[in-house]
Design a protein around this ligand. Structure first.
Ligand code: UT7
Length: 321
């Protein structure tokens, strides 16, 4: 028995911000952003759109494509680090919107690895028999914790959501999944103020993401390489056995460096950075949906998903679609 992704949906806000628009706000250039990150534009949520609003639209799209009725959903897990409010969690807000009122619904805070963490947990629920139909979402409004005057970060981050429906299946689905973390890296990528230790109201404007980009870059490349190698080894596979690599979309140079170290041709790597930017937990399901929609990925393909984010947290999911 496997758990299998039976459908994927995503949502990107209509409000597209180009590199040229950012040139007018901070000391940057389209050339710098493209060459250093691979990003050309990004979607930013409208002021009245919260993370759950994006998540619900992605979930609706996944439900529509799945052929299930929404009442079949018996588990909702959301990866996000930009929840609507401290509580209730985004999962509950999605649940209420779907008109479901008795299934577990919760969010997982693992930054850019949030979707991989959520998928890993949902997989275990399905394999244990506790869930027969899970909705797994990665959704973010990173624009709300981005300092739009800081060129080191504002050119990178974006908003969006992606969702999958997971069901038990006798056909191969999720083959392997692992998640991990190392909190000693916490101060390389963090938000200083938030809820408990340093409540936001104590200090204005210090709830923006802070990042040591160079150091994050180096660790990201090493971790993404090592988790891919570990996943392949544990499953007696080589890169030739993988049809598609879908890494977290943070920086084209990170993705290229990892692909090169793995010996994976870039033709087999899904890159959606140009139009998505870094949407944290939403980046992998957004990329998966895009690659299915444009016909690159099809049923039966073997795919390796890779997440890496603040914490640091990281993880992989190896699956057959
Ligand atoms: O999603 C979670 C994980 N996050 C990541 O994986 C992000 C990892 N890090 C990165 O993607 C890259 O480190 C960045 C894109 C953030 C930065 O790229 P970089 O090639 O590491 O640039 P840098 O930080 O070494 O900066 C090079 C220069 C600096 O100027 P000086 O000191 O050489 O004069 C920066 O001040 O580029 C400058 N710079 C910019 N210039 C124009 C930094 N940001 C910008 C900008 N526009 N937006």
């Amino acid at each position: 028995m496997y758990s299998r992704i039976i459908s994927v949906g995503s949502y990107q806000p209509d409000n597209i911000v180009t590199n040229e628009e950012l040139e007018r706000k901070v000391d940057t250039s389209d050339e710098w952003i493209r060459s250093r990150t691979g990003i050309e534009s990004r979607a930013i949520a409208k002021p009245d759109q919260a993370t759950s609003d994006l998540a619900i639209l992605a979930a609706d799209a996944a439900i529509k494509k799945s052929g299930i009725t929404k009442d079949e959903i018996d588990l909702i897990i959301v990866g996000t680090c930009t929840p609507d409010v401290a509580t209730p969690n985004v999962g509950v807000i999605i649940q209420e919107s779907l008109g479901l009122n008795s299934c577990p619904a919760f969010s997982v805070e693992a930054a850019c690895s949030g979707f991989i963490y959520a998928l890993n947990i949902a997989n275990k629920f399905i394999l244990s028999g506790e869930s027969k139909c899970a909705l797994v979402v990665g959704a973010e409004t990173l624009s709300r914790i981005t300092d739009w005057n800081d060129r080191n970060t504002c050119v990178l981050f974006a908003d969006g959501a992606g969702a999958v429906i997971l069901k038990p299946s006798e056909d191969t689905g999720i083959i392997y999944s692992e998640i991990s973390a190392d909190g000693t890296y916490a101060d390389l990528l963090y938000v200083p103020y938030g809820t408990s230790r340093k409540p936001i109201h104590e200090k204005e404007n210090d709830y923006f993401l802070q990042m040591n980009g160079n150091e994050v870059f180096k660790v990201a490349v090493k971790k993404l390489e090592s988790i891919a190698i570990n996943t392949l080894k544990k499953n007696n596979l080589t890169v030739d056995d993988i049809d598609w690599l879908i890494p977290h979309q943070a920086n084209i140079r990170i993705i290229q460096a990892v692909a090169k170290r793995l010996g994976m041709p870039m033709e087999k790597v899904i890159v959606t950075l140009a139009e998505h930017g870094n949407t944290s937990a939403a980046s992998i399901p957004l990329a998966l949906d895009k690659a299915i929609t444009d016909g690159r990925i099809s049923k039966g393909d073997r795919i390796l998903l890779q997440g890496f984010g603040a914490g640091f947290t990281w993880g992989t999911t190896l699956l057959t679609l």
